[in-house]
Design a protein around this ligand. Structure first.
Ligand SMILES: Nc1ncnc2c1ncn2[C@@H]1O[C@H](COP(=O)(O)OP(=O)(O)OP(=O)(O)O)[C@@H](O)[C@H]1O
Ligand SMILES: [Mg+2]
Length: 353
């Protein structure tokens, strides 16, 4: 939308160009223009400039008003110049008809084009809304699916428990199922909420070395159970970056856990942190585990995509959203049977919505 000051300025500009071209026509600016010939021809074309300008800035009304103003102002010209030759007179008046026709045509075309553009923008907004709705629908379907499985187990176990004949050992197994599956349900819902309601970023200086150390220590139990070694490699003198410490910790934990879970006995997971030439910090988590099938690779960031029995498939999609909120990127390369490498690039200044 144009501001009132902009509109005033444009009216003044169109008026000034109109007056200048008309003055030129009458020979007030360049006396030679009084002579019929090439200069007069040029003037005829010059008059189209304010008309087109009027049409561009003010649509049909602008084009027409400018054309009519020029026509009115140049109407006395043949008399002023004492033109009596009927051919020349017809030429002058035809030109005036053209001014009006061009003003009208240019105005209509420009208004049509603007309307088309507005319609395109409205369509794009509608599409984005539909896309959000459809991804929400997909997520809801995924969530329902994730809830149904443990719920089925819980229901089955409860029914058996309610029966008289369950022996003591069997009862314990059934209770185990109840506890395990309820926990899984809780985890699905927690993760889902984390995904559906992204928390605002609390930016502050984050020491990447300390972050890597904390994640390595946290994954110690899981990695030693699998006989996997987590090896931090943090470049010396890495400056702190502006980030949300808790959310970034969640990202690195997700990615390192994925690497540990994909590794087999004796495997090594390296967690490297270094500074990139353009000031970003790169965190690379590499494992020599199972790798990801090429068909699965494009889906690893999709909510609920998982190949693990106990996975929720939300780890990477949440991580992706968090890294994006920081203005960074996360990417995964993998060779089945050889291993996987996840790279997180974070701007030193922290992005943020
Ligand atoms: N380092 C890796 N090696 C092999 N496959 C991986 C690796 N990282 C991710 N994947 C694949 O991507 C899928 C999605 O990962 P994501 O972290 O989103 O969910 P998940 O690990 O299955 O479940 P959750 O993180 O909720 O426990 C995994 O199921 C696995 O198939
Ligand atoms: Mg995971």
């Amino acid at each position: 939308m144009s501001s009132p000051a902009q509109i005033r300025w444009r009216i003044a500009a169109v008026s000034a160009v109109t007056v200048a071209t008309v003055a030129f026509h009458y020979g007030f600016l360049v006396p030679a223009a009084q002579q019929h010939g090439i200069l007069h021809e040029i003037h005829g074309r010059l008059c189209y400039i304010p008309i087109i300008l009027g049409a561009i800035w003010f649509g049909v009304r602008g084009g027409l008003a400018t054309a009519l103003a020029i026509t009115l102002l140049t109407l006395p010209y043949p008399r002023f110049r004492g033109i009596t030759d009927s051919h020349a007179l017809i030429g002058e008046y035809t030109e005036m008809v053209f001014y009006v026709a061009i003003g009208l045509t240019a105005g209509v075309l420009i208004e049509l084009q603007r309307r088309e553009r507005r319609r395109g923008e409205a369509l794009a907004r509608e599409l984005a809304r539909q896309e959000r709705l459809s991804s929400l629908g997909q997520m809801a379907a995924g969530l329902a699916h994730e809830i149904k499985n443990p719920l089925g187990s819980i229901q089955g176990a409860s029914e058996l428990l309610a029966g008289e004949e369950a022996a003591d050992g069997r009862r314990r197994d059934l209770f185990d199922i109840l506890v395990k599956e309820s926990k899984r349900l809780g985890r699905v819902v927690d993760h889902f909420l984390g995904f559906a309601r992204p928390r605002p970023l609390h930016l502050g200086p984050v020491d990447i070395g300390a972050l890597v150390g904390r994640v390595a220590a946290q994954t110690e139990i899981e990695s030693s159970r699998r006989d996997v070694r987590v090896e931090p490699r943090v470049a010396a003198g890495l400056p702190p970056i502006q980030a949300d410490a808790e959310q970034l910790h969640q990202v690195l934990l997700n990615v390192v856990l994925n690497a540990v879970e994909a590794s087999t006995s004796g495997g090594v997971v390296t967690v490297e942190a270094r500074r990139e030439p353009r000031g970003e910090v790169a965190l690379t988590v590499a494992d020599d585990g199972a790798g990801i099938a090429p068909a699965d690779l494009p889906r690893v960031f999709d909510p609920f995509f998982t190949t693990r029995e106990r996975g929720t498939g939300l780890g990477l999609s949440i991580s992706h959203a968090i890294v994006q909120d920081h203005g960074g990127t996360i990417s995964i390369e993998s060779t089945p049977g050889r291993g996987t490498r996840a790279t997180i690039l974070l701007p030193a200044s922290g992005g943020g919505r």
